[in-house]
Unconditional design. Structure first.
Lengths: 172, 301
C-alpha cells in the first residue's frame, strides 16, 4: 500500500515538474507579447501625443498588470521626483527590481535595459526609430520563443512522465 | 506655480545656494545659468553675482529636469529657443543651432539658460478699462510698447477683467491665441495665470491659424493675441473683425510714427482697424500707461 502511494507521488511530482517547465516556455512568450503591446503603446504616446516619459509611463501603468504596471508606475514617480539620478539609472534599477522574476532570458532583459539608455533624448523621430528597433528585436525573440516552445513543450511533458516512470521502475 | 517649484529644476547644490539667499518670490525676476560661469540672479531690478560656478553636467541635469527627461516632447519650443514652466515662467535657451534646409531644426549643446519668473499683476489694467469701453461695447485695442514695459502683463489683466466682467461691464467670452505661452502660461493645456472664467486659450498655436480656429470653433466675443506684426497676422485680424469679434492685441513699438514705418502695421492703422492705441511708458510698475489715442490718432488720455 505504502509502495503504491510512493509510486503515485513520484509520478505526480515528475509529471508536475515537466508541466511546469512547459508552462515556463509559454509564460516567456506571453511576457514578450505583453512587452510588445506596451512598447507599441509607448511609441504611440511619444509619436502622436508627444507625452513626456513620466506621463507616458503612468498611462502605461494603468493599462497592464503586475509586474509591468508596478514597474511603469514606480519609474514614472521617480522621474517626476527629480532625485538627481539619470533616467537610465532609474529605468535599470526598476527593471532589476520588478522584472527579475520574469521568464524572459538574460539577453532579452539586457536589450530592455539598453532601451532605457536611449529613451528621453534627441527628437521624436529618433525615439520612434529606437522603439521600432526594439520592437523588431522583440518580434524576433517572440518568434524564437514560439519555435522553441513548439518543440520543447511536448518534450518537457513526456520527459516529466517518463523520468517519473523510470524512477518507479528503479525503485521496484 | 510657486518659486520653490521652479527651483526644483535645479541640481541640489544650486537649489541650496538660491535658498540660502532668502529671496522673496515677488522680487525674483531672472536666474541666469551659463556653463562654466557663475549663477547670476536678477532680484528687484538688481543683479546678484553668486560665487557658484555651474558645470556642463549641471546644465545637462537642469535640462533633463526641465524636459521631464523627455526633451523630444519639447522639440517645437526648443526650436523657438524657450521652454515653458507651470505658472507662465519661461526658460530661454541658447546653444548650438542645428540647421536643416536653412531653418533652425533644433538647439544642440545648450549651454545658457535664462529662467524668467512671470508675475501676474492683478489690477494693472484698472486705469485702462474705462477707455476701452464705449458704453457696453468693447473697443478694438492695440497695446504698444518696447520690450520689457509690460505689454503682455497689461494684456493679461485686460483679458481677465473683460472675461470676468464687473458691475460696470458684462463678462465676455475671450479667445486667446497664446503662441509663446506667455499670456496664460499654460502647462499641459491648463492656464497657470488667471485669465478669467470665460476665456478659452489656444496654446502654442501660430497667431494667424489660431485666430481662425478659435473663431470657427469657440465663437469668442473677443480675440486676444500678443505681438502681432506679420502679413498673416493682419489678414487674420481682418477676418476676426469681419466676424464681429473685438480685437485685443499688442505690438512692439514706442510711438505712432514708429508703427507707421512698418508696412503691415501702417496698413492696419490707415484702415483704422483699431479704435484705441495704448502706449506704455517706463516705470517701476509694468504696464504703466503713457497715453491713449483713438482711431483718428487723437489723444483721449
Amino acid at each position: 500500500m505504502l509502495k503504491a502511494v510512493g509510486i503515485l507521488c513520484i509520478l505526480a511530482g515528475s509529471t508536475g515538474l515537466g508541466m511546469s517547465m512547459a508552462r515556463e516556455l509559454e509564460l516567456r512568450i506571453e511576457e514578450l507579447l505583453q512587452l510588445q503591446k506596451l512598447m507599441l503603446r509607448l511609441r504611440g504616446e511619444i509619436r502622436y501625443m508627444h507625452r513626456t516619459l513620466p506621463e507616458a509611463f503612468f498611462n502605461l501603468s494603468g493599462s497592464t498588470s503586475p509586474p509591468f504596471s508596478d514597474f511603469f508606475r514606480q519609474t514614472s514617480l521617480e522621474l517626476q521626483n527629480r532625485s538627481g539620478q539619470t533616467a537610465e539609472e532609474i529605468w535599470t534599477r526598476n527593471l532589476q527590481k520588478y522584472f527579475s522574476g520574469l521568464h524572459i532570458t538574460r539577453q532579452e532583459l539586457t536589450e530592455l535595459e539598453k532601451l532605457g539608455s536611449m529613451l528621453g533624448c534627441l527628437d521624436v523621430e529618433m525615439q520612434v526609430s529606437t522603439l521600432d528597433y526594439y520592437l523588431e528585436q522583440l518580434r524576433q525573440s517572440a518568434g524564437q520563443a514560439e519555435q522553441a516552445a513548439g518543440s520543447r513543450r511536448k518534450l518537457y511533458r513526456y520527459l516529466g512522465i517518463l523520468s517519473g516512470a523510470a524512477l518507479v521502475v528503479l525503485i521496484i | 506655480m510657486q518659486c520653490d517649484e521652479v527651483l526644483s529644476i535645479f541640481p541640489r547644490e544650486i537649489r541650496d545656494l538660491i535658498q540660502s539667499l532668502h529671496l522673496s518670490s515677488e522680487g525674483l525676476q531672472e536666474i541666469r545659468i551659463r556653463a562654466e560661469r557663475p549663477v547670476l540672479i536678477r532680484y528687484r531690478n538688481r543683479e546678484l553675482v553668486t560665487g557658484r560656478t555651474v558645470s556642463r553636467d549641471q546644465v545637462a541635469e537642469i535640462l533633463s529636469y526641465l524636459g521631464s527627461y523627455s526633451l523630444y516632447a519639447y522639440e517645437d519650443e526648443i526650436r523657438q529657443g524657450f521652454l515653458s514652466l507651470p505658472g507662465g515662467h519661461r526658460v530661454g535657451l541658447s546653444g548650438k543651432a542645428v540647421m536643416e534646409a536653412r531653418r533652425v531644426k533644433t538647439l544642440g549643446e545648450i549651454s545658457s539658460l535664462n529662467i524668467r519668473f512671470a508675475h501676474q499683476i492683478r489690477g494693472c489694467a484698472d486705469p485702462l478699462m474705462p477707455y476701452i469701453w464705449d458704453g457696453v461695447r468693447l473697443l478694438h485695442t492695440l497695446i504698444v510698447s518696447p520690450p520689457g514695459r509690460g505689454k503682455t502683463t497689461l494684456l493679461r489683466d485686460c483679458i481677465r477683467q473683460i472675461s470676468d466682467g464687473s458691475g460696470l461691464w458684462p463678462g465676455k467670452t475671450v479667445g486667446v491665441v497664446d503662441e509663446r505661452s506667455e499670456i496664460a502660461g499654460c502647462f499641459r493645456g491648463v492656464p497657470g495665470n488667471d485669465v478669467g472664467m470665460r476665456t478659452d486659450v489656444l496654446d502654442g498655436c501660430p497667431k494667424a491659424d489660431g485666430m481662425m480656429m478659435l473663431i470657427r470653433s469657440m465663437a469668442p466675443d473677443v480675440v486676444a493675441v500678443d505681438e502681432i506684426g506679420s502679413k498673416e497676422d493682419a489678414g487674420a485680424l481682418r477676418y476676426a473683425m469681419n466676424c464681429g469679434c473685438v480685437l485685443l492685441a499688442t505690438v512692439h513699438g514706442s510711438c505712432m510714427e514708429e508703427l507707421l514705418l512698418k508696412p503691415v502695421l501702417r496698413e492696419i492703422i490707415e484702415q483704422k482697424m483699431f479704435e484705441r492705441y495704448v502706449f506704455l511708458e517706463a516705470g517701476k510698475v509694468p504696464g504703466r500707461i503713457g497715453q491713449i489715442l483713438d482711431r483718428q490718432g487723437e489723444r483721449v488720455c
